[in-house]
Design a protein around this ligand. Structure first.
Ligand code: ADP
Length: 461
């Protein structure tokens, strides 16, 4: 494009100014020629002597040559010849021939550093052509002007072309260097090196692309970290009961003389460990189910009904642990959520409140509306959680005190499931120790507006 512009810039002004020059030459020379012709038209016949007298009165300083011919193309006056003799040559110029045919003729050309122009017009007397006037001009000054214009334009164009080329190369180099950097980054991330970052601080689109890729890499790194931790925690959780089962069964096999009571005890322990394995795998399954398509569906659910059902299912466990269950559930506490998620949340919280309670303890559930929210609180009278550990109880596989929790069946996944499920359904969950002793878990959901159509679910990645 730049090259095209430069060529146009070089050609157009030069051609235009040359044409203008030719036009002005044409009009001025034809004017002058007609002035001569009209002066000569007073003569009936063009003879050397009389024409010479007329022509000496005329100004021809600008012109290189002026000659006059008679009707037979014989030159009767020539300003470049002192004396015209009768043997003087005949004009051979084509222009003279055309002028004697009655035409005004002009021709101009720019050649060899000069503008040479020729004008020729007929001399008329009483309606008939009696000869022709021929003017010739050789102008170097105007040609020099056009040449200097051409030279100036050429040097400006050359400088512009070189600059454009340099700037183009430099920009091209910068862009390709940054593009290569981005490509290397993408390939690194694609190859699983999630700590790769693209060091491009540009404020343009490429900079934005790099920033977005870095954000993606952050996210991937975070997810990869969570995945690795999860896999290692999960395998650890599965390995521990498996190791215990192997150890216990080996002891039974290797000790022939083991008394019946010890064998019974070991087999009982094996059963407990197997139960624990089952629980962990079931909870893991539960966690993966949270992200499943079926759990994405949300509808308006009466939380009171779900809570009552979950409590009913835990009555036997409460009896076993000598814990009393009571509830105070307000009516019409409607939330827009997935019913299975809600059941899981309440079940896990109440189960924990029973499990980590003391014999003769109490579990109390409250459900009520507050402003635009529906709030559910599960209170217990257990030992609570040390304040410094409260922040971690929603982590996967975290158990406050392995020794103490170990007495209770558990996988350390129950509260992680609660947390994920609450968040996924647009709510939040908090835990704190009560002044009177025990814990309070509080879940807050936005209340569903009556008659509102179920909206698209917002799921947590
Ligand atoms: P677990 O399967 O061990 O119960 P959770 O994720 O449900 O796992 O709970 C994590 C830990 O938080 C438990 O091991 C327990 O130490 C503590 N915890 C949970 N609920 C209560 C509660 N109501 N009272 C006291 N401690 C609790």
């Amino acid at each position: 494009m730049i090259l095209g512009c430069l060529i146009a810039m070089n050609v157009f002004p030069v051609v235009k100014s040359r044409d203008l020059l030719f036009e002005s030459k044409c009009s001025s020379m034809l004017n002058q020629a007609s002035l001569y012709a009209s002066s000569l038209s007073t003569l009936n016949v063009l003879r050397a002597e009389e024409v010479g007298q007329v022509m000496t009165l005329m100004d021809d300083q600008r012109l290189s040559r002026v000659f006059v011919t008679d009707r037979d193309r014989r030159i009767v006056y020539d300003n470049t010849v002192q004396q015209i003799t009768s043997e003087e040559a005949t004009a051979s110029e084509r222009e003279v021939e055309l002028a004697l045919e009655g035409n005004n003729v002009f021709f101009s050309e720019l050649k060899a550093g000069a503008v040479s122009s020729r004008a020729c017009i007929p001399v008329m007397s009483r309606g008939s052509i009696i000869g022709a006037v021929f003017l010739y001009e050789y102008d170097t000054a105007q040609a020099a002007l056009i040449d200097s214009l051409r030279l100036n334009l050429l040097s400006i164009s050359l400088i512009t072309a070189v600059l454009a080329l340099l700037v183009g190369l430099f920009l091209g180099y910068l862009i390709s260097r940054r593009t290569r950097m981005i490509l290397t980054g993408i390939r690194g991330i694609g190859a699983g090196r999630y700590d790769t970052r693209i060091a491009d601080g540009g404020l343009d689109e490429l900079g934005e692309i790099s920033g977005e890729i870095n954000l993606l890499a952050d996210r991937l790194q975070e997810i990869e970290g969570v995945r690795q931790r999860f896999v290692s925690d999960a395998s650890h959780e599965l390995k521990t009961p498996l190791a215990a089962i192997t150890l216990l069964s080996d002891s039974i096999v290797q000790n022939d003389g083991m008394d019946k009571a010890t064998v019974r005890e070991f087999v009982y322990d094996i059963g407990r460990e197997a139960e624990r394995l089952g629980r962990v795998t079931q909870q893991l399954q539960e966690l993966t189910k949270l992200g499943s398509k079926a759990r994405e569906l949300r509808e308006d659910v009466d939380l009171g009904k779900v809570a009552a059902e979950a409590m009913k299912m835990l009555l036997t466990l409460a009896d076993q642990k000598d814990v009393t269950l009571s509830s105070n559930l307000a009516e019409k506490c409607i939330v827009h959520a997935n019913p299975d998620d809600l059941h899981q949340i309440i079940f896990n919280l109440v189960e924990n409140a029973i499990k980590y309670n003391v014999p003769g303890g109490k579990v109390n559930m409250f459900l009520y509306r507050m402003g635009n929210t529906v709030q559910l609180a599960v209170d217990d009278t257990g030992e609570g959680v040390p304040p410094e550990k409260l922040g971690r109880i929603f982590d996967r596989f975290y158990r406050v005190d392995e020794a103490r929790s170990g007495e209770q069946s558990g996988s350390g996944l129950g509260l992680a499931i609660v947390y994920d499920a609450v968040l996924k359904n647009g709510g939040k969950v908090e835990a704190h120790n009560r002044k009177e002793g025990g814990m309070r878990f509080q879940v807050i959901f936005p209340a569903a507006e009556a008659g509102k159509k179920p909206s698209q679910s917002r799921s947590r990645e």
